[in-house]
Design a protein around this ligand. Sequence first.
Ligand SMILES: Nc1ncnc2c1ncn2[C@@H]1O[C@H](COP(=O)(O)OP(=O)(O)O)[C@@H](O)[C@H]1O
Ligand SMILES: [Mg+2]
Length: 304
Amino acid sequence: MREGNSALFELEVPLPDTLLTAQAQRLVGFRARYERMHQNLRLLIDKDGLEAWSKKYYRRHIALIDSLLDRYPLVVFHGDVGTGKTATAEAAANALAEELGKDAMLFKLSTQVRGSGNVGEMSTLINQAFEIVGKVAGKAKLSFLIIDEADSLAASRSGNQSHHEDKVAVNTLIQKIDDVRRFSGRVLVILCTNRFDALDAAILRRVAYDEEFCRPDDAERRELFNLDCEGLGLTASVIDELVELTGPQGPHKLGFTFSDIRTRLLPEALAHAYPSRKIDHGDLIKAVSRVTPSPSVETTEPRK
Ligand SMILES: Nc1ncnc2c1ncn2[C@@H]1O[C@H](COP(=O)(O)OP(=O)(O)O)[C@@H](O)[C@H]1O
Ligand SMILES: [Mg+2]
């Protein structure tokens, strides 16, 4: 099943998954980033592999393995909206399952888990989600849980704007993250957030690994245009111009995000041409002038 189970999960998919493998191939920089992260992620979720390694090289279970598994299997992907956190979290879980050669499930917690705000409802949903995630791990499978837009769930309990219901939910989440250590080596929780600093201190303390996502630099925007405009017959100088026009601009010197280009600029250009003709240079330039870079969360929202 891809579509999530009821209100709980937005995505619920057995890994490895061919669609996610294809998704990774269309993510600029994914391979390099995965190469950089995978050993760190692997040490959090490869209990069986670590045991085998210990037996092979030390002929017994060494203490270091227990220390490793004492950590919380919690990682955070943070950065501006549209920089690829969610897409990378999904693709990385898939790549890890593939690399470890194990059956796995990927769950993505729906942000609607916030529910209607009735006291206890959010906590109940978090409890249910972790119960399902734990069941999978109990069957010796790997179980990945992505908590998307985590700041809406795990925001600091200390701010003025923190309501009772939110505090209860953060407490539940912390409790559940503590509990999944029982399965450590089989469950990995990935929080994605636009506002790293807004996460609760107790959550931050449990983070074993964090990865920052930035807006694409010139080379990355070039790669994205080359990937997405393949077959349009654009010359190298047109691509250069697009790279230049989508670079850092405005008072905050913000460039276009990956998603600004892929999901706003290019569809806008296509809309000028479709259905009567090919996309031309003018369509692209017009589209660039109509789309502005997404604001940065840090520069638009004062810290609480
Ligand atoms: N590295 C990337 N390469 C190509 N496209 C990307 C990349 N990162 C993000 N995108 C595009 O932007 C969209 C939004 O990405 P997403 O992962 O949801 O961003 P975030 O979770 O950081 O807000 C993706 O569906 C994809 O089309
Ligand atoms: Mg996201």
